[in-house]
Design a protein around this ligand. Structure first.
Ligand code: SME
Length: 349
């Protein structure tokens, strides 16, 4: 068993999150990195004064054979804003600063690599501490498992974070090393649809376009997306349109721009393709080729044989091989939390 200490803002939410991570044996709320002038165990009220140097911190004990420090630290970065100094969500003060504190010096290179990955992702220097653990005191009993005891209690993390964590881990475990991307997409659609109760969940896959006329045949493969289109793949929900052109609708836009598109109100999105009049908001997430599993092209009919493309700036950008489309009957269902977790889930394709 190993341990690592995560300060991620209010410990109620951070503890609840890490308690739900498979391979974590215990997550305990406490206070770490207090000033050397402060003798003994601090109380919550003392830490609250913001003069003790302590940060609300969660001690995470885990089985390294079930979850790596690498993965744990990546999950930590999924739930913090690493650019926000002494503030996470609505909570402000040095007691809510972010930091990773280690008791085993051998963990440092792994942590440094995880910090470097996070810094590259956000493209700026992080304000997250990375230090050897100086001190840690368990918080009072009323702060332990706070959100289990108070399910409607305050949490600086959006509550859907916890549902997405469970969903992500279950999909990941269920798919295992299944090599067929269509089977993986089918299972992912079913998991998301069942758990999250969205109106429509499914994949559109980049395929060679069916040549319907001579003009289309002449335009074959003259530029990005030409000669290709999105074709309906595994999905859950009402029947949907079969094919979507490059750059058309929300799906074609996410494909063209190779980025997640969140649409709070489909009627306000120019060119939205209405498969059902009941759909009111939507998110579309691109799926990129991965080397972790058999790639779609290895499965026979590869949607795209060259996953790298160049945009007009000449900079190589990964090209989507499919998109995950999710529709909701409510307005403004999706936000950056959905985008983050659905992007992680799409990496499982
Ligand atoms: N609304 C999508 C089309 C697909 S359906 O929502 C299932 C779009 O505009 O691309």
């Amino acid at each position: 068993m190993k341990e690592i200490y995560f300060a991620g803002g209010c410990f109620w939410g951070t503890e609840h999150f890490f308690s739900g991570v498979d391979g974590v044996v215990s997550a305990v709320s406490g206070y770490a990195q207090g000033s050397p002038d402060f003798a003994g165990r601090p109380s919550y009220e003392q830490v609250y004064t913001d003069t003790t140097g302590f940060a609300e911190t969660v001690k995470v004990c885990y089985k390294p054979e079930r979850i790596s420090l690498d993965m744990l630290t990546d999950l930590y970065f999924d739930i913090i804003d690493p650019l926000s100094l002494n503030r996470q969500g609505h909570d402000e003060g040095t007691r809510y600063r972010t930091g990773v504190y280690y008791s085993d010096p051998a963990d440092l290179p792994v942590l440094e690599a995880a910090f470097a990955r996070a810094a590259e992702r956000v493209g700026q220097p992080l304000v997250v501490e990375l230090e050897p653990l100086r001190n840690f005191f368990e918080a009072e009993e009323r702060h332990q498992k706070y959100l289990d005891k108070n399910p409607d209690g305050y949490c600086h993390l959006p509550f859907k974070t916890f549902r997405y964590l469970r969903l992500y881990q279950d999909i990941s475990a269920f798919l295992g090393d299944e090599p067929d991307p269509i089977a993986r997409m089918a299972e992912i659609s079913a998991f998301i649809y069942e758990r999250m109760k969205f109106f429509w969940v499914g994949f559109y896959i980049v395929r060679d376009a069916v040549v319907r006329d001579a003009a289309a045949a002449r335009s074959d493969r003259q530029g990005p997306g030409l000669g290709q289109e999105l074709v309906l793949g595994p999905f859950q929900g009402p029947s949907a349109c079969l094919r979507i052109a490059y750059g058309r609708g929300v799906c074609g836009t996410a494909w063209k721009e190779a980025r997640t598109v969140v649409v709070p109100d489909v009627e306000a999105f120019p060119g939205h393709i209405a498969c059902s009049s009941l759909s009111r908001s939507e998110i579309v997430v691109p799926v990129f080729a991965s080397t972790a599993h058999a790639s779609p092209s290895a499965a026979g009919k590869g949607p795209v044989s060259d996953p790298q493309g160049a945009d007009c700036t000449g900079i190589a950008r990964p090209k989507p091989i499919a998109v995950l489309d999710i529709d909701s009957k409510d307005l403004a269902t999706f936000d950056s939390t959905d985008a983050l977790w659905l992007e992680k889930i799409c990496k499982l394709v």
